[in-house]
Design a protein around this ligand. Structure first.
Ligand SMILES: [Mn+2]
Length: 225
């Protein structure tokens, strides 16, 4: 199958529309999650995705808003409160029905990452929305950890859940790891929005990259690219 996968959009609708003009046409299009928050547009991005029949998986940002919608106890920041208010019922329903991951042939699309101990068929797989570093026993570490032996998950991932396309962790360029590709190039932080075109989902390591530069720095990144 031929697919296009887009990195974290985070409300950068204008760059997303530009990027769609540059990628091969009439393919299955999939967003890697984090369509919303931080950037200028939120409900507009969701409506655009729905209208253009673009697929998406859940990112940690969607998950927060969905849990709010489901009546769970969630702490939204000031910006997220405004974003939440802007959602139509249709948009919230759309977000509520997104899958945690999409697997096509040997290609797995998920938001953040996975460890070799996890199975996508497990019941509790929320960590795939937040994964960054693993400890020496390959256990999940939260974002503020101070473990000096921590490793970024993709450096040790062995491919047992398919070749993974993901976002979440920002890299200045689309970055290939042994069994995965990171495609969040930090558009909302003023860098660029990227997509990859995979011509055959049985061979996802053969891909082509497309990018458009961010129109501006919408939010400050915590470190330099
Ligand atoms: Mn993100």
């Amino acid at each position: 199958m031929e697919i296009i996968v887009y990195g974290d959009i985070h409300g950068c609708l204008e760059e997303f529309i530009e990027l769609r003009k540059r990628v091969p046409k009439n393919k299955i299009e999939i967003c890697v999650g984090d369509l919303i928050d931080r950037g200028k547009y939120a409900n507009e991005v969701i409506e655009y995705v729905m209208k253009n029949n673009i697929k998406s998986i859940i990112g940690n940002h969607e998950y927060k808003h969905i849990r709010k919608y489901w009546g769970r106890k969630v702490k939204l920041d000031e910006n997220q409160k405004e974003v939440y208010k802007s959602f139509t019922k249709e948009s919230l329903e759309f977000l509520s029905n997104l899958p945690m991951f999409i697997k096509i042939d040997n290609t797995t699309i998920l938001h953040a990452g996975i460890s070799n101990k996890m199975d996508l068929n497990d019941k509790k797989i929320e960590h795939i929305l937040y994964m960054r570093d693993l400890d020496e026993n390959e256990n999940f570490l939260s974002i503020n950890h101070d473990n000096p032996n921590a490793k970024y998950w993709a450096e040790i991932y062995n491919g047992n859940q398919g070749f993974i396309i993901h976002g979440h962790q920002v890299f200045s360029e689309v970055t290939k790891f042994p069994n995965s590709i990171a495609i969040d190039t930090g558009c909302v932080y003023g860098n660029k929005l990227s997509a990859i075109y995979i011509n055959d989902t049985t061979k996802p390591w053969e891909y082509e990259v497309f990018s458009v530069n961010a129109k501006k720095e919408y939010e400050k990144y915590y470190k330099k690219f």
